[in-house]
Design a protein around this ligand. Structure first.
Ligand code: SF4
Ligand code: F3S
Ligand code: FES
Length: 252
């Protein structure tokens, strides 16, 4: 094969079907990313190949897939990252049901999102806080909802996501990031520790850190979001001094 060509093996199939990997060769130009090559497949071989994308700039979070087995934004994944004499495998995210080809149904995530109480400031007319306090939560606001962290987390990937009551067993790293952004906001007054423990299943995370490794926004998901939230849950529910203080003071 000329290295002016790239060979892609792409998953083709509809939701519910087993699907198959289909091989395509397309011209390879300098600077191409995986999404460019997928678009070439659409243009030259298979216009009905389904792929979701919008910005082609790593900002909309819609082009997530698995390239050679690793969760990636296809629009940011350069072909130079892969050997030019071997096929590149492109599959849909495994943690979500396939709709068609590379497009998955990620609506489960939006259902989880609805469980999380919104920002609740004590005084909406006075929203002042310091830059240092803003810096602490700024990182969490960078999330582009690509769900690559959800895809890679073994708790969501390998186990049934639903608990016995139909709610989530584990909401996943993306929602730990969202809750951290709210809980650590200096003006927020809502307490989401019960929700984290009982409905969002924070205890299922065993700190493997795979989520942090794949995050295209380099959010320190495990160290800065999940671990501090776990500490809050432990403090509230398992620290004997805090339990005693709540009994004595009558505060929940
Ligand atoms: Fe994507 Fe990172 Fe947000 Fe997870 S936390 S959804 S990997 S941007
Ligand atoms: Fe999953 Fe990340 Fe925890 S990969 S197990 S949420 S550290
Ligand atoms: Fe928007 Fe890839 S197309 S992140």
């Amino acid at each position: 094969m000329s290295n002016k060509e790239v060979t892609l093996r792409i998953f083709r199939g509809q939701g519910g079907s087993k699907g198959e990997m289909v091989e395509y060769k397309v011209p390879r130009d300098p600077g191409m990313v995986v999404l460019d090559a997928v678009h070439q497949v659409q243009a030259l071989h298979s216009p009905d190949l389904a792929v979701r994308w919008n910005c082609k700039a790593g900002k909309c979070g819609s082009c997530g897939g698995e390239v050679n087995g690793k969760p990636r934004l296809m629009c940011m994944d350069r072909l130079d990252n892969y050997p030019d004499d071997q096929p590149i495998e492109v599959r849909p995210m495994k943690a979500f049901p396939v709709i068609k080809d590379l497009v998955t149904d990620v609506s489960w995530n939006y259902e989880i999102n609805k469980l999380i109480p919104a920002f609740k400031p004590a005084n909406p007319d006075d929203m002042r806080f310091s830059q240092r306090e803003a810096d602490r939560v700024q990182e969490f606001r960078k999330c582009i909802e690509c769900f690559l962290c959800q895809d890679v987390c073994h708790v969501l990937r390998d186990h049934d996501k639903k608990g016995t009551d139909g709610g989530p067993k584990f909401a996943g790293p993306r929602f730990m990031v969202r809750v951290a952004g709210l809980e650590m906001h200096p003006l927020d007054t809502e307490d989401r520790t019960d929700l984290l423990k009982d409905q969002l299943g924070i205890g299922f995370c065993n700190i493997t850190k795979c989520c942090t490794e794949v995050c295209p926004e380099s959010i320190h998901i495990t160290d800065n979001a999940i671990i501090p939230l776990k500490e809050r849950v432990v403090d509230k529910h398992y620290d004997p001094l805090q339990i005693l203080w709540r009994k004595v003071s009558g505060k929940s």
